[in-house]
Design a binder for this molecule. Structure first.
Ligand code: ATP
Ligand code: MG
Length: 277
């Protein structure tokens, strides 16, 4: 059920001449859990829109399990890659919440009890079961974002892409998104999230891809990417390492220290200071 995604020397130029992707090479293996980060306008959304055929490369290729995505119809790609849009209002169109979530899986030819179950599970995952009969547009922004995510979950695609799922969410919403990501990943699906929340990224991803001006500038585990030597590169795309990464570096614990190791190191420091003082 898992598939390999390969983005090969992709350049994308919007009709107005904006060169949003300037030669991107990226390979994402089956079941990877990846975060894409970078300043506003660095090309993150443009990149992921290539994965489900919403955009086609100006130059280069996108390979889905070794086959050029150019040979797939959008409907075929939609069965492989589910993308929850950054702006939910570009995705939501149906009247009722339930109908909205059912739209995708119905297009994938799910019917009857299977369809109902897919919709129920997706609504439950995002906490919108109680709003199933509400009108989509009566939901507040953060719940419309969750609705957009549910619409993608219901399609049960091998690859799930969430474009800024935590935007507008309070702590409870962020925790919900995090548990959705963890569950999808535990099921062996490929999960790609875009986020400006470095704590969310450090805590939920196993790989971080950093973009700047339409290119990938860093790619590695959170520990590698948030390590001190990369701080200038991160700063160049307006990213700040997480507080644990900064404190961890000072305490020589690396860039992804556990809370327990931080507490222990600070206690040891305090004890040393007391002895010396
Ligand atoms: N429809 C469009 N037409 C023209 N230019 C566009 C369009 N959409 C995006 N761009 C431009 O392409 C570049 C990349 O935009 P993109 O939305 O992919 O960045 P992003 O990294 O997702 O940013 P953000 O963090 O703000 O969501 C930017 O310069 C942006 O202004
Ligand atoms: Mg974006």
């Amino acid at each position: 059920m898992s598939i390999r995604l390969v983005i090969e020397s992709v350049v994308f130029v919007y009709p107005d001449g904006t060169r949003a992707l300037d030669g991107v090479d990226l390979e994402i293996g089956p079941g990877e859990l990846v975060a894409i980060v970078g300043q506003n306008g660095s090309g993150k959304s443009t990149l992921v829109r290539h994965l489900n055929g919403l955009l086609r490369p100006t130059e280069g290729r996108v390979l889905i399990d070794g086959r050029d995505a150019a040979h797939f119809h959008v409907a075929q790609l939609a069965a492989q890659v589910g993308l929850a849009f950054q702006n939910p209002d570009r995705q939501i169109f149906a009247g009722r919440v339930r109908a909205e979530v059912a739209f995708g899986p119905r297009n994938l030819r799910l019917r009857g009890a299977t369809l109902e179950r897919a919709v129920d599970e997706a609504l439950d995952a995002v906490g919108l079961t109680g709003a199933a009969d509400a009108n989509s547009y009566d939901l507040g922004y953060s719940r419309r974002k969750l609705l957009a995510i549910a619409s993608v979950l219901a399609m049960r695609t091998p690859v799930v892409v969430l474009d800024e799922p935590t935007t507008g969410q309070d702590a409870r919403g962020v925790a919900r998104v995090r548990s959705i990501v963890e569950r999808l990943s535990a099921e062996g699906r490929t999960v790609i999230t875009i986020s400006h929340d470095m704590r969310f990224v450090a805590e939920t991803s196993r790989r971080v891809v950093v973009m700047r001006a339409g290119r990938i500038v860093l790619d590695g585990t959170p520990a590698e990417v948030f390590a001190q030597p990369n701080w200038p590169a991160l700063a160049s795309t307006y990213l700040e390492p997480t507080l644990p990464a900064r404190v961890g570096a000072r305490l020589e614990l690396g860039s992804t220290p556990t809370e327990a190791s931080l507490v222990a190191a600070l206690a040891a420091r305090a004890a040393r200071a007391a002895q010396e003082g």
